[in-house]
Design a protein around this ligand. Structure first.
Ligand SMILES: NC(=O)c1ccc[n+]([C@@H]2O[C@H](COP(=O)([O-])OP(=O)(O)OC[C@H]3O[C@@H](n4cnc5c(N)ncnc54)[C@H](O)[C@@H]3O)[C@@H](O)[C@H]2O)c1
Length: 361
């Protein structure tokens, strides 16, 4: 059965529809007979572009499509310049829509275009990767990378509608799908023990992409993200819990070079590390710690990373953690688990514990 999750943000509230054969462009905030610019990438457009155009057409919305090369390299100011030019060529005006059809790269770019073109036009997110469905399409973070770092330019800008058509997941490559599962595990650890336990009980069905199961799991992840964002839209406090596993995860991506490991893979190793830290400094019990690490591994995700060079790899990671956007005065901050379903953010860890939990004592 299809599900709807409300993101409650006063006049910026919107619905996330999750399921099959969903409509696109029907939210009340969307003007009748408006025009849309669909932004998609070179992998997703050939697979799902016709479906998206047909759905918009059925809602009385004419559309043009702009395709960017697939991959993180496209999340750049150069691509943004192309998108602005195309928006002008298409005479998009304040009644027009930007539709993001793709993974997080397309969603972040399209979101930033919608946030800034004519000082803001309406945005519809149609996420097609698991990561985009449970994470990047919800909550309003948009932006691009600079040569000096990821996501350094951007804005908070909420969509008017998010359409999670689960059948698009059938074409998502296996490695991308498994990587997206890392964020699903994250929601269980940070907010929902029952979700975590259901993941433990249905790992094989999850891996075989059982669509009935996915409706409930994706909806629960979106509910949790909606609750967290509803409490702290601009990340001045509790929204930081969404970064469980990301302190070491970002450092691994940074040290390896972006793209070597997928984001979810790095976050998985980061969650396992945060779990070990939690056992040492937050009193997470050893049984729960083992269960988190075992779920990560059981889903085919890496539970650690020890790059070549031992001590050198650790020093590189340690430096990368010190320069993370969320570090304060070069001291990295962690989201740690007190128990499965409850976490604390902003934790600073003694240096010897950081080393020992990584296996560097
Ligand atoms: N805005 C946020 O809150 C937020 C949160 C997390 C991550 N992000 C950003 O999201 C990006 C990562 O997102 P991603 O993992 O979706 O990467 P992505 O957009 O690069 O998509 C991953 C790959 O899967 C392909 N793909 C996507 N859907 C497909 C489908 N249904 N069928 C076949 N192929 C498909 C894409 O073409 C791409 O090759 C990063 O740039 C990250 O910074 C943003």
């Amino acid at each position: 059965m299809n599900r709807t999750v409300r993101v409650d943000l006063s006049d910026r509230s919107y619905d996330i529809s999750i399921g099959h054969d969903l409509e696109i462009g029907t939210a009340g905030a969307i003007p009748k007979n408006c025009r849309a610019m669909i932004i998609s990438d070179s992998n997703v457009e050939p697979l799902h572009g016709d479906w998206c155009r047909k759905k918009l057409d059925e809602s009385g919305i004419e559309s043009d499509t702009h395709v960017i090369p697939a991959g993180e390299e496209s999340k750049s100011l150069n691509t943004m310049a192309e998108l602005y030019d195309r928006a002008v060529d298409l005479h998009l005006d304040r009644s027009s829509l930007v539709v993001a059809l793709g993974g997080g790269v397309v969603g972040d770019l399209a979101g930033f275009l919608a946030a800034t073109y004519l000082r803001g036009i309406r945005l519809v997110q149609v996420p097609t990767s698991l990561l985009a469905m449970v994470d990047s399409s919800v909550g309003g973070k948009t932006g691009v990378n600079l040569a000096r770092g990821k996501n350094l330019v951007g804005s908070f800008y909420q969509p008017v509608e998010v359409v999670v058509e689960l059948s698009t997941l059938k074409t998502l490559p296996e490695r991308e799908y498994i990587s997206g599962l890392a964020e699903v595990v994250k929601y269980g650890v940070i907010r929902d023990k029952a979700l975590f336990e259901s993941l433990e009980g249905c790992a094989s069905e999850l891996l075989s992409r059982n669509m009935e199961l996915l409706v409930d799991i994706v909806a629960r992840c979106c509910e949790i993200k909606a609750e967290v964002v509803g409490d702290d839209e601009r990340e001045s406090g509790t929204r930081a819990i969404l970064n469980f596993g990301h302190t070491l995860g970002h450092a691994i991506e940074n040290v390896l070079g972006y793209g070597e490991w997928l984001h979810g893979e790095a976050v998985a190793a980061g969650m396992a590390y945060a779990t070990k830290l939690s056992e040492r400094v937050r009193g997470l019990n050893s049984d729960e710690s083992a269960r988190i690490i075992s779920l990560v591994s059981g889903l085919g995700l890496p539970a650690d990373w020890h790059g070549p060079g031992g001590d050198l790899a650790w020093q590189a990671l340690r430096n990368a953690m010190a320069t993370d956007k969320k570090a304060m005065g070069r001291i990295p901050r962690f989201v740690l688990a007190d128990t499965i379903g409850e976490v604390t953010f902003g934790c600073e860890i003694p240096e010897d514990v950081l080393c020992e939990a990584y296996g560097m004592d």
